[in-house]
Ligand binder design. Structure first.
Ligand SMILES: C[S@@+](CC[C@H](N)C(=O)[O-])C[C@H]1O[C@@H](n2cnc3c(N)ncnc32)[C@H](O)[C@@H]1O
Length: 511
């Protein structure tokens, strides 16, 4: 039953589905029979067709494929099968006249396949409201259009369509016209030879029939291995259901995002009208010199990047005693290197280990001569008090103080608005908790913490008394972090406070 793990890849982004658990599950979901017509819009070597045949089914199949080598394989393989028609055509550019309707569509479309500029232009014209750079969304949209009434489509695609902003129109299109029967998510390494790192995979089954008023989508996850996929075709599937995602909830979510709250407290916080980080803070990305090898220096004790970056001389560092807040148009003396907070996951406090040239000449280069490469962005927040969250987190989100320093573009700077500066330590604490991590990973499943996702996190503010207690605890943790790296066990009290505020423990007791 098991096909050997074997991956082939080419310019066509041909990751073939060489996994019989995935193909059996998908063909199982498809529920085709000898009377149905089936479309395979990007057939590769025909793994789904093989599985349909293996299951003893004999529907009318039309398969499209762009790659001539694959076409050769398909034609040879199915030469005797009069029910299988093979077309060497670009599925995405099929003229409307030739877009027939089908009872079923099954596909593993190319993900982000390279498109020539000319083809990208054509695709933009063909799919004006969609994100043309990501080919899988285009295959999905076109295939949905080509379904007969009550027809069904089963696709395996990266899970990025669930939450990424660029796929908002695709999500809106699906939930306004179609019924999603199920979504199954699993790690990308279930797919032989693939490990995206940035995203997981998902299998989605969609019916071309208008959704019910209270339509809900069963979401299956927490699969331990590929074998578990087959259990989803049995009564055991309930074991893997993590939530029933409601269309009404999706419509209320920002950008129609498909958040999968795995626990009740997350659903109730996201469904509540709680104000988000964006309400209390400005959330912005930071500075880039355009040529860090020239303009960035490191502390002598920093060994990372020692070949690329020169070590700083103590006399060149701009200190508070020289100048309180460096002017945005640069410093006119020798001590013109300012501390900059860079990426890297450290909690509460990062010592000043990196320094940026802030001389008037350097500023001229950032803003004028090298303007195109440099990013002198959001400069009103430079040298202010705020919170730094690295754009890419390791296992969990971390945050540290910016305290009057510059911050670089790998950091999302979070600056409490004037009315809320008293909350700075409270918010710093929040960004270092398990609660915050669970919320952001629900809003966006990847480990990318871009400003747009951070803005959407609901921030609950408890009584002044509790804010004060948390502030004291965070002060303690900052002091500790300034001396040594914080151990995870030190976060217990903070996590406990925020679990109470967000109702984590209360819900667990009810369960
Ligand atoms: C990810 S592979 C999947 C192949 C096969 N369905 C499977 O699961 O093993 C995607 C296939 O789409 C083909 N392809 C890429 N762009 C295409 C297009 N515009 N029209 C038709 N086929 C295309 C590629 O050549 C490749 O074989």
């Amino acid at each position: 039953m098991v096909a050997p793990a074997k991956r082939k890849q080419d310019l066509f982004q041909a990751y073939y589905t060489n996994c019989s658990f995935i193909t059996s599950y998908m063909v199982g979901l498809l529920e085709c029979n000898n009377q149905t017509s089936v479309l395979e819009p990007c057939a590769g070597d025909g793994v789904f067709i093989d599985e349909i045949i293996r299951q003893g089914l004999n529907p009318q199949i039309k398969a499209y494929e762009l790659n001539k080598e694959s076409i050769e394989i398909l034609r040879n393989k199915y030469i005797q099968n009069t029910n299988i028609e093979i077309k060497n055509e670009d599925f995405l550019l099929l003229l409307a006249l030739f877009r027939e309707k089908y009872d079923r569509v099954i596909a593993n479309p190319p993900y982000g396949a390279y498109q020539t500029p000319a083809k990208r232009k054509l695709l933009k014209r063909e799919f004006p409201s969609l994100y043309a750079k990501e080919s899988y969304g285009l295959f999905l949209a076109r295939s949905m259009e080509m379904l007969k009434q009550s027809g069904r489509l089963v696709f395996i695609v990266p899970d990025t369509y669930l939450t990424l902003h660029v796929h908002e129109r695709l999500r809106k299109e699906i939930i306004s016209k179609y019924t999603i029967e199920s979504i199954t998510t699993f790690p990308s390494n279930f797919f032989p030879g693939v490990n995206f790192g940035y995203a997981g995979l998902s299998i989605i089954s969609i019916l071309n029939s208008p959704p019910k008023r209270d339509q809900k989508i069963p979401v299956y996850s927490k699969l331990k291995s590929q074998k578990d996929l087959l259990k989803l075709l049995t009564k055991e599937k309930k074991k893997y259901e993590v939530c029933q995602l409601s269309y009404n909830q999706i419509k209320r979510n920002p950008c129609y995002a498909f958040f999968f709250p795995s626990e009740k407290w997350i659903s109730s916080v996201l469904a509540s009208k709680a104000k988000t980080i964006n309400y209390y803070c400005s959330v912005v990305t930071g500075f880039y010199s355009g040529n860090d090898a020239k303009y960035l220096r490191r502390s002598p004790h920093v060994t990372r990047g020692a070949k690329k970056y020169l070590s700083i001389n103590e006399k060149e560092i701009c200190k508070d005693t020289d100048i309180l807040s460096p002017p945005l148009d640069g410093i006119n003396n020798l001590a013109c290197w300012v501390p900059i907070v860079k990426g890297g996951n450290k909690r509460f406090y990062k010592p000043s280990e990196w320094f940026m040239n802030w001389s008037t000449e350097a500023i001229h280069e950032y803003c004028v001569t090298n303007k195109k490469k440099a990013r002198f962005q959001n400069s009103q927040y430079y040298f202010q008090n705020g919170i730094a969250v690295p754009m890419v987190s390791s296992s969990s989100i971390t945050a540290s103080l910016i305290d009057g320093r510059l911050f670089d573009q790998s950091i999302v700077g979070i600056f409490p608005k004037v009315k809320y500066t008293n909350l700075t330590y409270y918010i710093l604490g929040f960004f270092n908790t398990e609660v915050c991590n669970r919320l952001i990973r629900t809003i966006n499943a990847s480990t990318n913490n871009s400003a747009n996702y951070i803005k959407k996190i609901p921030l609950l503010i408890p009584s002044n008394e509790l804010v004060e207690q948390i502030t004291i605890e965070v002060e303690r943790l900052i002091k500790l972090a300034a001396k040594k790296q914080i151990q995870e066990s030190e976060l217990k009290k903070l996590n406990h406070y925020f679990n109470l505020i967000y109702g984590v423990e209360i819900v667990q007791q009810v369960n």
